[in-house]
Design a protein. Structure first.
Length: 326
């Protein structure tokens, strides 16, 4: 590909200490049947031999690529997203996380959707969940079955605002950036990736993009999302900060959209259930300080949060006691 001609797609690979996964990640990019793309490799001051692995892989390959190497770790993958998109020359952007990999037709099928539907700013596919040994252990419908068991079984196109109010208000239904192809102009118009939260910033970023564009989904598992045992995400999702960030997303969303009263009630109920579940699982993490921090955030959207939590606790407690006598 002529480096001076703008490619249709910019493939951004943000990397930090993923040298062992890079060969498979990069090979799955090079194997794409859709060839009109450039590669932008972002290394966030890795302490392993990631840069060496990348240089060795691209050596001798005829493909436009760029290396952006941080001298100081950014501390945020979402800052890296913004840096990569700013450097991108393509109309469409794929943030291909460095520990994931994709089917050869990933780009071909998602590019076709964006080409055909100019109002769609975000297109994504089903993802297989894989472990550290590349074994498939499930798919991302496991994360959405409690919302709707049938919806993600078939392809759909939806209004971005409707998607936010009815689905992203309850859960981050776009679980993995590697499964997404989006329009650069929409990303930039939305103000780029949110960088305020540790792990939920992608969730707010999708909401920002879908506030000004529509969404498309295909139920083919064209992406493989790697699930790390004992990962930072796993530890974070069992801490008070995880509940706080869920409330912060709900607050952000309620400030952006006119949410119907029944949907707002559903959001609050779901958050209380999540709070109760995590607090029960990790009692020592959620002692007075943890619960107080959550409440101070929850109060901004749900002034009856403590009452709802206490009510739920007693209902579950008495149900357990009564069940023991039956």
């Amino acid at each position: 590909m002529n480096a001076k001609r703008k490619p249709k797609v910019s493939v951004i690979v943000p990397n930090y200490n993923h040298a062992r996964f890079l060969p498979k990640r990069l090979a799955s990019i090079w194997a794409q049947t859709y060839k009109d793309f450039e590669l932008i490799f972002l290394d966030d001051r890795s302490q392993d031999n990631s840069l060496e692995v990348f240089v060795k892989f691209v050596q001798g390959k005829k493909r436009a690529y760029k290396k952006i190497i941080n001298t100081v770790n950014s501390g945020s993958p979402f800052k890296q997203w913004n840096k990569g998109v700013e450097a991108a020359r393509g109309e469409y952007v794929w943030i291909a996380e460095s520990d994931d990999f994709a089917a050869p037709t990933f780009l071909a099928k998602l590019v076709a959707i964006l080409d055909k539907n100019p109002k769609v700013g975000v297109a994504y596919c089903l993802s297989n969940l894989v472990n550290l040994r590349d074994q498939v252990i499930g798919d991302t419908r496991a994360y959405t079955d409690d919302l709707d068991k049938n919806r993600w079984q078939k392809a759909f196109i939806n209004s971005g605002r409707d998607e936010c109010i009815n689905y992203l208000s309850l859960s981050n239904t776009i679980h993995n950036a590697s499964a997404v192809l989006f329009r650069k102009k929409i990303f930039m118009a939305a103000g780029g990736a949110d960088t305020s939260l540790k792990l939920a910033s992608d969730w707010i970023t999708w909401i920002k993009l879908l506030n000004i564009s529509d969404i498309a989904f295909i139920p083919e598992a064209l992406n493989c999302f790697r699930v790390h045992e004992s990962s930072v995400r796993e530890r974070f999702e069992n801490s008070p900060k995880y509940i706080i960030q869920n409330y912060q997303v709900a607050i952000f969303l309620s400030n952006q959209f006119a949410i119907p009263a029944d949907k707002l009630k559903q959001i609050k109920t779901r958050l209380i259930e999540l709070w109760f579940k995590k607090a029960q699982k990790n009692k020592f993490e959620f002692l007075v300080k943890g619960n107080l921090e959550i409440y101070l955030t929850a109060f901004k959207i749900d002034k009856l949060a403590i009452f709802r939590l206490t009510k739920l606790f007693f209902v579950r407690f008495f149900h357990k006691v009564i069940s023991g006598f039956i």
